[in-house]
Design a protein around this ligand. Sequence first.
Ligand SMILES: Nc1ncnc2c1ncn2[C@@H]1O[C@H](COP(=O)(O)OP(=O)(O)OP(=O)(O)O)[C@@H](O)[C@H]1O
Ligand SMILES: [Mg+2]
Length: 279
Amino acid sequence: MTEHQASEHVHEVLPPILELQSITKRFDNVLALHDVSMQINPGEVHCLLGDNGAGKSTLIKIFSGVHQQTSGNMCLEGASISFANPREARDRGIATVHQGTGVLPLMSVARNFFVGSEPTRGKGVLRRMDMAEARRVSLEQIQALGIRRVEDADQLVGTLSGGERQALAISRALYFGARVLILDEPTAALGVREAQTVLKLIRRVRHRGVAVVLVTHNAYHALAVGDRFTILIHGEAADSFVQGERTREEVLNLMAGGEELEDLQLELEEIDAEFTPSA
Ligand SMILES: Nc1ncnc2c1ncn2[C@@H]1O[C@H](COP(=O)(O)OP(=O)(O)OP(=O)(O)O)[C@@H](O)[C@H]1O
Ligand SMILES: [Mg+2]
């Protein structure tokens, strides 16, 4: 390497691990996404914010191979890519934890962790799932995310708290090689403490250099852990900014669409008027 190349190397800016360029997605006559561009970087939490129907799930389903865009381009580490199905995306290190977390409540922690890819011992007809190994690895991985209360790998997942289930799904994705971790509303069904548990584990995952995409309705949660933000309104990227560039009020107003809140006040007054007996 020449000196010149070496210095260039130092200043090299890595491409985003995942990038959308002018993505449009149409379902028959519904325009779910229009001309959306965004970049997902390693070691960052990118929050995708927006109201119901804004297009958040549609967008992450394009990342994760569930849907294909109608037009526009997706790049993985700078090279154009298209996933025909979720398995292709997973094989390239893009893991999605859907809202239900995809865990099986009637199976143990260890079995859930390895479902579909069990560690085995022995050969041929003597091949068995190595349960001791499954127990050891699953507990080790969950606890490494700071979830210490899960101590029994035989505990049924149905008896775990919501935050602990998220931890199971997330640690499993990381163990199987996720470089991009997409979380769809991971705190939506959780109480205050459980949500905090999940936000802390998102922070730990980010420190490992994983790129996190956090889909949420909750501006407080997003601002607590996000590095970069994209707000979708009616399928369009209405705003994008980095941590510190917007106040909480600005974000809340953007998400609600300030005018709509004023409209609500008027509409509530109209309803009150309907129920007010006329003199
Ligand atoms: N498979 C589909 N077929 C037809 N229309 C769809 C399909 N999936 C989504 N849509 C439409 O696309 C729009 C965006 O939906 P999407 O689920 O992405 O919103 P969202 O932001 O995830 O909303 P929520 O916050 O309620 O989960 C909606 O109008 C929805 O009805
Ligand atoms: Mg959704």
